[in-house]
Design a protein around this ligand. Structure first.
Ligand code: PGA
Length: 241
């Protein structure tokens, strides 16, 4: 696992953009896993622009959702699927059937097995893009999640629920559970790129660099991955040495 510090959130986006370009050059149908949240938005804006200009054949890729809220009768507009559709796929003109999203309800074991087998059928994950929670979570894998975990249901911490509250904006209780690719699933990717920007991530990025691989810090699992990179802007990397 390597750290790369750049200046701004747009520079973080540029690094991720180049890796996406790389995989689109290397393969006819590369497979990407996509995060939600504030961090990837500059990247998504960049991808939309380049796709609209005809400079990036992003529609050739397959996309997998990393995670999703879990609960009955969740408003579609609050889902991570909706986030990815409205923040990336639709504005970029990418057919929605290029995205394998996770449902918000059903038989959890069957849903998890279906996502895992769809990943396998697509030839495995080429590039997993990630954000990081203030508590070190990756996707919805909260502290304590085994590093060999596969896709499945997780209990969300209060912190994670609050961080995602804006998606529910008072019109629905924030779900208590999420369905997510496991840490072990993410580890099967050929390349992992974790993005962090802003001073709110400085503490966890410092802990990630200094500490050992530990269950309490899910992102530390990436230390054992052969091609994982942590790209941070100046503010998020202030504690790096
Ligand atoms: P953020 O979320 O990009 O909105 O900070 C990251 C995460 O919780 O994984």
């Amino acid at each position: 696992m390597i750290f790369q510090q750049v200046e701004s959130p747009d520079d973080v986006a540029e690094v991720a953009f180049e890796r996406i370009q790389h995989w689109l050059t290397a393969k006819s149908e590369p497979v990407f896993a996509l995060p939600t949240g504030a961090t990837p938005l500059p990247l998504y804006r960049r991808l939309i622009e380049a796709t609209r200009d005809g400079r990036l054949p992003l529609a050739r890729a397959r996309f997998f959702a990393l995670d999703e809220f879990w609960g009955n009768d969740l408003p579609e507009s609050s889902t991570f699927r909706h986030f990815l559709v409205t923040r990336l796929l639709s504005p970029a003109g990418i057919p929605l059937d290029r995205l394998v999203a996770l449902p918000t309800s059903g038989d959890p074991e069957r849903v998890a097995a279906t996502h895992e087998s769809a990943i396998r059928a697509a030839g495995g994950l080429d590039l997993v893009l990630l954000g990081i929670g203030g508590n070190g979570h990756i996707a919805f894998n909260e502290p304590g999640t085994p590093h060999d975990s596969r896709t499945g249901l997780r209990v969300l911490t209060e912190k994670t629920r609050l961080a995602n509250g804006y998606l529910f904006a008072g019109h629905h209780p924030i779900p208590t559970h999420g369905m997510t690719m496991g840490i072990g699933t993410i580890a099967t990717a050929r390349e992992v790129l974790l993005m962090a920007s802003g001073s709110g991530k400085a503490g966890i990025i410092g802990r990630l660099q200094d500490g050992p691989v530990a269950l309490e810090l899910p992102a530390s699992s990436l230390k054992s991955h052969g091609d994982a990179r942590i790209v941070v802007d100046r503010a998020a990397g202030v504690a790096l040495n």
